[in-house]
Ligand binder design. Structure first.
Ligand code: 5GP
Length: 192
């Protein structure tokens, strides 16, 4: 998506450890005009899928998931990073290792909000090694729900998450795929 690539080129900052900071428009301050275009694009890319719910993970997936949900006219459920494994009794739970924080979280979704009747579109801000998305897939599997697709804002193509998910047959769509980024020069190249 050209608009997003331009924004990343203009405001993205390449940090050590293969981390891209996009706090200017995605992860801290949020550019809602851009989010709207991204939401519309997710709808276009998954238009043929019978999505009835969007699943994301707190915190930074929530904003874009909500805007996209307006185009799909479906609710959003976000997986919670749990302090204790008990919200309202019954939950599905899994563990997710955070790429940016280098720690493992227990992540939960209440059984009330995910079940065998659900057709899920996963949306998240970044795809790197795929831990976050794989955790969400585990929750969906536990619930007996179906996966209709995976929509990602920024995929880091040098990491294996996207490749492995596509090899498993998932329909993964990333609005921008980074081919290469250089922390010394700040250069960012995209895959097309
Ligand atoms: P994964 O689980 O695929 O390894 O990483 C995805 C998760 O880690 C995303 O939910 C995102 O919050 C975070 N993440 C991974 N790489 C980056 C990055 O380069 N920049 C930022 N801001 N977040 C990242």
């Amino acid at each position: 998506m050209e608009l997003l690539e331009k924004k990343i080129q203009k405001d993205g900052i390449v940090k050590a450890g293969n981390v891209l900071k996009v706090d200017h428009f995605l992860n801290h301050q949020m550019d809602i005009a851009l989010f709207n275009e991204m939401g519309k694009e997710f709808k276009r890319l998954f238009a043929d899928r019978p999505v009835n719910k969007i699943l994301t993970i707190e915190a930074s997936g929530i904003g874009i998931a909500c805007i996209a949900a307006q185009y799909f006219q479906v609710p959003v459920v976000f997986a919670k990073k749990a302090q204790s494994i008990n919200i309202d009794g019954e939950v599905y739970s899994t563990k997710i290792e955070s790429f940016t924080h280098k720690r493992v979280y227990d992540v939960i979704v209440s059984r009330k909000y995910l079940g065998p009747e659900d057709h899920i579109l996963i949306i998240d801000d970044f795809l790197a090694n795929g831990c976050a998305v794989n955790g969400l897939l585990e929750l969906i599997e536990s619930a007996g729900a179906s996966v209709e697709g995976i929509g990602i804002v920024i995929e880091k193509g040098q990491q294996m998450g996207g490749k492995l998910l596509r090899e498993k047959g998932y329909h993964v769509e990333s609005l921008a795929i980074i081919e290469h980024m250089d922390e010394k020069t700040g250069e960012i190249c995209f895959r097309h």
